[in-house]
Every structure is written in C-alpha cells, then in structure tokens.
Design a protein around this ligand. Structure first.
Ligand code: NAD
Ligand code: TYD
Length: 367
C-alpha cells in the first residue's frame, strides 16, 4: 500500500468532489493535490474554459480513474443540478471566478455574472441536493475567496482578521464580497455546511500570464519592459499555491461549517522589491536573457485605478484551530516558480494569443 492509499484508508470518509474552476491556476493545483493525496476520492471538475482556463493544466490526470472533466458554466443551473445528482457529490470546492482586477476595471459585467450569479446558482443547487439527501452532516460547500474583500490597509494597520469589516474597492473584490455574503447566508438561513476561506495573493505553476509574478517572469524572458504600477510601494502578502491547497485540504476535513478562515503566507512584500527579486533570480537561473541584468527593464507606469495600497493576513485562527501553517518560504517558492516558467515555455507561449495582446495593449498603453 502506498503512502497516499494508507492515508486514504485512515481517513474517515471518501469524498465525491465537484471542483469548479478546476482548470484555472489555483483550481488545477488543488485538483493535482487532491488526486495525489486521496486517490480513492471522486473528483469532478466543472470549468467553462474561459481565457483563464486551460485543459492542459489537468492533462496528466487523463488516466486517473476517479477524475472526470466537464466543460460547462456554473451559471447553468440545469447542468449543475444534473452533475450534483449523477455524481452523488458531497463536497463542492468552488474556485470558478473571474479573477483579475485589471480586467474587472475594463469590464465588470462578467465579474458580476460569474462571481455573484454563478456562486448563487451553485449554492442554491447544492442546497436542494443536500436537502434531498437528508442534510448529511459531513457534506461541505467550500467557497474559495480572497483577502481583497477587506479593502486596503494603512502601513501600521493590523493585518486582516476574520472579523475585519468588508470594504471591497474594485469590481472584482466587490463581486467576491457579494458571493461571500451569499455563502454566509446559506449557512445562517438553511444550515447548509458552508465554509468560506479568504486568502492572500497566490503564486506558483499554471499561473496565467496576466498576473504580476508570471507577467514579470515572462517579460524578463522576452526582454520586454516590466510595468510597475504607480510608485511600486504597494504591499501584497504572497502565498505559494501548494500551501493554499494544503490549507483548503485541512479546512475541508477539519473546518467548522459556518466559519470563515483567513489564509496567508506571512510574506508581506512591496511590489518593487518583489520585481527586483524576480530579476535577481532570473539573472542567476536563465542563461539566455535578451536584456541583462533584467533590472534594466523595470518601467514605472500609470497607477491602476483605485489601487489598494496594502493587503496583509492574520492567519492565527487557522493555525490555532486547525493546525495549518505555510511550509514554503518566499525565497524558496519564488525560485521554484521561476524554474517552472523557465522549463515550461510550451505552456505559456501559446497563451500570449492575439486576444491576450489586445488586452495587454489596453491596460499597458504607456509601455
Ligand atoms: P483563474 O482565473 O486562474 O481561474 C478561474 C477558472 O474559473 C478558470 O479555469 C475559468 O475557466 C473558470 N471559470 C470562469 N468563469 C467560469 C464560469 N462561469 N463557469 C465555470 N468556470 C468558470 O483564477 P485563480 O487565480 O485560480 O483563482 C481561483 C479562485 O481563488 C477565485 O475564486 C479567486 O477569487 C480566488 N483567489 C485567488 C487568489 C490569487 O492570488 N489568484 C487569491 C485568493 C483567492
Ligand atoms: P495582481 O497579480 O494583479 O494581483 P492583485 O491585484 O489581485 O493583488 O497584482 C499584484 C500587485 O502588483 C498589485 O499591487 C498590482 C501590481 N501590478 C503591477 O505593478 N504591474 C502589473 O503589470 C501587474 C499585473 C500588477
């Protein structure tokens, strides 16, 4: 018996998961994590394959007998109802979302549709399914959310806790806040075993090129300008995606229905320091950089509208109540991530499509 099989046989129950958004960045990392840790569990992915979804992120699972991929929209209630029933789902891990702040500034409609209406569709379909099955206590609806719902911190403010009032500032964070409130209401009104997690900025493999870390890595490799918004002093708390997945695993198995858990990396970094660090490691690891040192490419550009100054997470609750802490350091995680982008050009090159170039020139008009 392998270690994973032993772990599975020791765990109390086998689960049947519906993972929405499982072809995206965090969702696909989570699916890989779950299939490795719990090979006896059923994992059904529902993903619309928007520009951010990529079937290739899951291609290595093609032969896994308990894995099943369905292309479809979380707003399609007939499809969601049928999947919950046919697959006897007992656990929803809900990642599907429009996730990029800059795109939410350009076009908020899709954010309200998927993040608010889509989450509502899933919650209500799962409620009916859970009630039909006589409300099993071990069922879970995990709603994966962001620290951005709490708004922006000043330099000396205490990091966000689970009781920090919501104050979302972008259409993205406002739509995620709306979905969090719905998830909360489904526990308080119907008793549905819903748990919300609010996590800081993730980084790692399969991260779509539009986000800060992959964008900088790819631009360094291509010798293109590195666009730093405003004065570069904005602060984010960075968490390696594998640590986010292990936190969600713990929350599904040990978290309490109706609760919220903040997840963070204890790694507050200013954007400009992060970009300099990426340049340093790229200078060291990449033999064939078009421009060297990569720092020469750093270009300050017009600030993002409504740009939140600082995010930071107080993750005491998940540590003390569920025993989770991150395993990866920011130096170790960044090095692993840079190596991944260096060795997986076949993954990211096709993503720099005409659609992506059009988006890029809309956001980065000055670069
Ligand atoms: P992503 O943009 O990489 O992936 C989103 C996935 O959802 C894609 O595969 C896409 O095809 C799918 N999707 C979009 N609309 C859909 C729809 N209507 N129906 C079905 N599928 C749809 O996002 P990500 O970075 O992996 O984020 C996943 C979740 O984690 C999101 O809910 C996000 O708010 C949250 N989150 C992200 C971060 C981060 O740093 N990336 C941090 C905290 C929380
Ligand atoms: P991002 O990865 O978009 O995540 P979020 O906005 O959800 O935190 O951006 C992280 C930080 O990096 C944020 O402060 C905006 C900044 N940023 C840049 O300076 N330049 C860029 O090209 C991008 C994409 C982000």
């Amino acid at each position: 018996m392998t270690f994973s099989e032993q772990k599975q046989s020791n765990s109390k129950e086998q689960r049947r998961l519906l993972v929405t958004g499982g072809a995206g960045f965090i969702g696909s990392n989570f699916v890989h994590h779950w299939c490795k840790q719990y090979p006896g569990d059923r994992v059904v992915v529902l993903d619309a394959l928007t520009y951010a979804g990529n079937r290739q992120n899951l291609s290595s699972l093609a032969g896994h007998q308990n894995f099943h991929f369905v292309q479809g929209d979380i707003c399609n209630d007939a499809l969601v109802n049928a999947l919950l029933k046919e697959e006897s789902i007992d656990t929803v891990a809900h990642f599907a979302a429009e996730s990029h702040v800059d795109r939410s500034i350009l076009g908020p409609d899709a954010f309200v549709r998927t993040n608010v209406v889509g989450t509502f569709t899933l919650l209500d379909a799962f409620r009916q399914h859970w009630e039909r099955r006589n409300q099993p206590k071990s069922d879970r609806f995990l709603h994966v959310s962001t620290d951005e719902v709490y708004g922006s911190l000043g330099p000396d403010d205490h990091p966000f806790t689970e009781t920090t009032p919501y104050a979302p500032n972008s259409p993205y964070s406002a739509s995620k806040a709306g979905s969090d409130h719905l998830a909360r209401a489904y526990y308080h009104t119907y008793g549905m075993p819903t748990i919300i997690t609010n996590c800081s900025n993730n980084y790692g493999s399969y991260h779509f090129p539009e986000k800060l870390i992959p964008l900088m890595c790819i631009n360094i490799l291509m010798g293109k300008p590195l666009p730093v918004y405003g004065d570069g002093q904005n602060v984010r708390d960075w968490l390696y995606v594998g640590d986010h997945c292990s936190a969600l695993d713990v929350v599904i198995h040990k978290g309490k229905p109706g609760e919220t858990y903040n997840i963070g990396g204890n790694n507050e970094v200013k954007n400009i320091d992060l970009v300099n660090k990426l340049c340093e490691v790229m200078n060291e690891l990449a033999a064939d950089l078009p421009i060297r040192p990569a720092q020469k490419l750093i270009t300050f550009v017009k600030d993002r509208a409504g740009h939140d100054r600082r995010y930071a997470i107080d993750a005491t609750k998940i540590k003390t109540e569920l025993g989770w802490t991150p395993a990866e350091t920011v130096d170790g995680g960044l090095r692993r991530t840079i190596e991944w982008y260096l060795h997986n050009r076949d993954w990211w090159q096709p993503l720099l499509s005409a659609e992506y170039q059009a988006y890029y020139s809309q956001v980065y008009t000055q670069v």
